[in-house]
Design a protein around this ligand. Sequence first.
Ligand code: ADP
Ligand code: MG
Length: 408
Amino acid sequence: MPIWVQKFGGTSLSTKEARAHAIKHVKHAVERNVQPVVVVSAMGRRGEPYATDTLLDWIASNGNRPTPRETDLLLACGEIVSAVTFASLLNERGIPAAALTGGQAGILTDGHHGDARILHVHPARILELMDEGKVAVVAGFQGQTASGEVTTLGRGGSDTTATALGAALGAEFVDIFTDVEGVLTADPRVVREAKRIQRIDYHEICNMAYNGAKVIHPRAVEIAMQANIPLRIRSTFAPVEDEGTLVSREPFPDAGGRIRDRYVTGIAHAEHLCQIQIPIAGNSYELQLKVFKAMAAHGISVDFINVNPSGIMYTVHDRDRPLAMRTLERLGCGARCVPDCSKVAVIGGGINGVPGIMSRVVEALTEENIPILQTADSHTTIWVLVAGKDAAAAVRALHRTFHLHESI
Ligand code: ADP
Ligand code: MG
């Protein structure tokens, strides 16, 4: 019997009505003689009782400072509550089901609390439940170390649980059910006319996710890609026939089977970056080395690096800004910083070597009077750094200039 892993995100579980929609998809799989394995996130978003952010706020507001180990133990409760709720709803509707913690489902991780990495998946309990004719409802975002400690997988961790289980079980599909109709050409909160992308390959979606499109976690895509398991990113609230965006290894034939000439796929953006500028006078090699060694020594991750004879520029996350600036002050190199920048990415597997793309990017931003602070490019992406206040307008301008509202 083919297996479908069906992952439901927080907003897909937060109300009774949403849960009814989620159950409709499990029922559909059962009726098609498919074995579903369900993965659930914590219910709702910040403010709702068991959402991950609510649990975090709760600890902070009490002035408690639990260790990372205890924090993980608390955070894991959100998904457990969700799994128990969902399993009992399935049972009530005549679909035999049992809830499992991540550890019980065989998600074995390293001991890096708060951001653990999955090492192995031993889905023996899930297979046992299947033999008993039951649907396993697995608490996402969590695992267990070899010594039995509960760990959590970091933001988007339930996506990773889903694809790791899909890979271990040889699933036919991993379905990521969420509150939008699929992968869109830009974040719909920024670009209202963003269009659904029908098919996308692993590399492109990974690229969008790494550049801020949070519809799926990039690590989850990597796991699916390694195992070559197709993903469908789709809306919980849509009819069961509406399969959302298909993510697979194949290119993107159009309805007639031809490979379409699609060079820009989507626009993504990431916020809260700080640009650091360091002028260089005279012999620069020593200073360059000192700067990057100092960043590494303090565990500060650097991006958007540009080194040239007159200076060094790079970005760090805004949260690392105080530490980065203190470190640079100690080096006495006259560093300046521009806080609250956003990185806007134009993404497309086909942009390599197509003439005129960069000029369209510059033209679109210039027309909107958006200053470009820095650019970089690879064979699949053009990045532009802009002030945070200009980010939404920049995303919209680039979306328009590449006619993405017309894409299929
Ligand atoms: P879930 O709780 O289901 O995991 P997330 O909030 O993690 O949901 O991801 C879904 C959200 O991702 C959407 O509501 C949307 O605002 C956002 N998003 C950002 N970029 C994109 C994009 N390119 N396509 C689709 N959604 C996107
Ligand atoms: Mg998510």
